[in-house]
Design a protein around this ligand. Sequence first.
Ligand SMILES: C[S@@+](CC[C@H](N)C(=O)[O-])C[C@H]1O[C@@H](n2cnc3c(N)ncnc32)[C@H](O)[C@@H]1O
Length: 254
Amino acid sequence: MTEQEHLKWKSFWEDQAAVADPHQAVRGDRIMTPAVQSFHDRELIKLIDPQPEDRILDAGCGAGDQIILLGSLVARITAIDFSPAMVARCQARIAKEPNITAETTIEVGDVTGLPYEDNSFDRAISIAVQQYLNPEESDLMLTELGRVVKPGGVVVFHVKDLWSPTGVMITFGRWLRALIKGRPPLEYQYRTHWWYKKEARRIGKIAGSYAYGTWTPFMPKSLMAKIARWETKYRFLQNRWPHGKEYFIKVRVN
Ligand SMILES: C[S@@+](CC[C@H](N)C(=O)[O-])C[C@H]1O[C@@H](n2cnc3c(N)ncnc32)[C@H](O)[C@@H]1O
């Protein structure tokens, strides 16, 4: 990704910050079903394993969904996003949230160069950000998270897995379009979760993962929602086919 693409993404997120529904602003879509969403939120919490005295970094916080999720579970949350409009929106939203007990700081900054001292945090999360970074930037972000989190601390990040039905179909479609039409438009990246795990091992040991999203593009929304419910009910994906479109990786920092 060139500097120009980085700027294009930034301006994309500046525009997204104006979308009324907070989930739609950051995901481009509404919550599939509240029950499925809350199941995945619980799985994310299990991976993060927040402790009451923790100081947590949310790298690429968007509209603040994870701040709300963790706001009553830890002592301090520092959140960073490179879009000033998204930061302003997140600050306004969090100011109105009644259940947040953590001391919260939300500021503008880039995940590839974090403005914090070494070992400042017990845990760090970065949810749905790396698909907007090129491989070098993604590496830089992991290195930075490994630097600012204390040894023995935890980093949980979310990626889009190429080896999922959606990842394969979308990537093939883009490749075909690029072949026919030339350069594809600005699009986020699917990479294999093995690639991410290899990169993450530079900063620590893989301590868990969680995958969901076996649906494919072109399915009716109702069928996707059904599949999402089956996944959460039977949990087959975790044990037999760990290749969901959505992939969480937990790292214990060295
Ligand atoms: C899909 S949203 C996810 C937001 C939030 N983590 C969530 O899960 O709701 C991606 C966010 O990452 C931010 N972002 C992308 N690249 C970034 C970078 N290099 N530094 C900081 N934030 C970045 C965008 O501004 C956007 O708010």
